[in-house]
Design a protein around this ligand. Structure first.
Ligand SMILES: [Zn+2]
Length: 191
């Protein structure tokens, strides 16, 4: 029983009923969830079968909750491998083909060996074939320029990118990577 509860993450939605975050999907532990319920900060939208019991109370564990107060997403997105893939729509920025995350690599526009930095502006998603072809050359030398000029995305842009990959179109291998929760598939069929 305890392990069932421990393995039951709770999907957290913003006050507009959209996930607080798609990547990674916003999930809370049951402890944080119970606390928020008691502090009256969330609405419970759906519940798991199993219950949480203590000497003084008993409740079914929520599976989806929504914050009562809208949280503005103003934080700048983290510079992570996954967010770079997401910014570039899981597509090689040289041949424009879409790949699974594990088949993608990163290319430094200005190679590291030539002083290029690992930043939003200098790193693009590339398939291994294109990455190999570009090697340690500058873009002009090998005439390989990224489809989109790389830059730092806003949180909003990344969230919108995330929405472009709805559950039905998610590759199997992405699901674990995203901690995808079937509750979202059932509850987010607006499009
Ligand atoms: Zn490529």
């Amino acid at each position: 029983m305890l392990s069932a509860v421990e393995n039951s993450p709770v999907l957290v939605l913003n006050a507009d009923y959209r996930p607080l975050s798609y990547f990674p999907l916003s999930l809370w532990s049951w402890q944080d969830t119970v606390k928020a319920v008691f502090l009256d900060r969330v609405n419970v939208l759906s519940e798991y079968e199993h219950k949480i019991r203590s000497p003084s109370f008993e409740m079914r564990l929520p599976s989806v909750i929504a914050l009562k107060e809208f949280v503005l997403q103003s934080r700048r997105p983290a510079f992570t491998r996954f967010n770079v893939f997401l910014r570039d729509r899981f597509s090689c920025q040289y041949c424009a083909q879409q790949f699974r995350p594990e088949a993608l690599t990163f290319d430094h526009l200005i190679p590291k060996s030539r002083g290029g930095k690992t930043t939003w502006e200098n790193v693009v998603t590339a398939c291994s074939k294109c990455n190999l072809r570009k090697g340690n050359f500058l873009p002009d030398v090998v005439k390989m320029h990224p489809i989109n000029t790389p830059r730092s995305p806003t949180s909003f842009e990344l969230q919108e990118r995330g929405r472009m990959f709805p559950p039905n179109h998610l590759h199997e291998s992405w699901r674990d990577f995203l901690y995808w929760d079937s509750e979202l598939e059932n509850g987010n069929d607006s499009d």
